[in-house]
Design a protein. Structure first.
Length: 165
């Protein structure tokens, strides 16, 4: 299926989508998921950063954008890889777990929440800080947590034995 179709399907049936995605076990593919998600979250920051630069002349917009670019494109993927490793170690206490499946669940949750972060970024840019902006963040947070939990449940499932012909 197309990536966008899988993202929309993940809002309804995240475990089914993640089980299907485990068929192609390439680290490069899930790294691309993470990088696309981080890039979308970086773009989601633009309206808020433009608002901050317009209201305050202390830091210019290009400096704010450079900082956000560095944070979301270079630092965040490293943090998510570290978080994936920590989650894998914690889940080992519950039983055998596939580290690739844990990373897939985490990175897929980031990618699926990133379109909702675009809405939150728009609200932060138009409305500014306040309860409305926090309320706009809730769908992205809920999607991230729900898809992450589904991904971790899939990672803990025992693989079905393959019968020899």
């Amino acid at each position: 299926m197309a990536l966008t179709t899988d993202i929309v399907a993940s809002y309804r049936r995240p475990r089914a989508v993640l089980r299907r995605q485990q068929g192609d076990r390439r680290e490069a593919r899930i790294l691309v998921y993470l990088m696309i998600g981080c890039a979308l979250i970086f773009v989601a920051q633009w309206p808020r950063l433009a608002r901050e630069a317009h209201l305050s002349d202390e830091i210019p917009l290009d400096a704010l954008l450079a900082g956000a670019l560095f944070a979301w494109i270079f630092i965040a993927p490293l943090v998510f890889y570290a978080l994936g490793g920590i989650l894998g170690l914690i889940l080992r206490l519950a039983g055998p777990v596939d580290a690739f499946a844990v990373r897939l669940g985490l990175f897929w949750a980031v990618l699926c929440a990133s379109p909702l972060m675009l809405f939150q970024g728009l609200a932060a840019g138009m409305i500014g800080p306040g309860p409305q902006t926090t309320l706009a963040f809730l769908p992205a947070a809920a999607a991230f947590i729900a898809i992450l939990i589904a991904g971790l449940r899939v990672a803990l499932e025992r693989p079905e034995p393959v019968e020899a012909a």
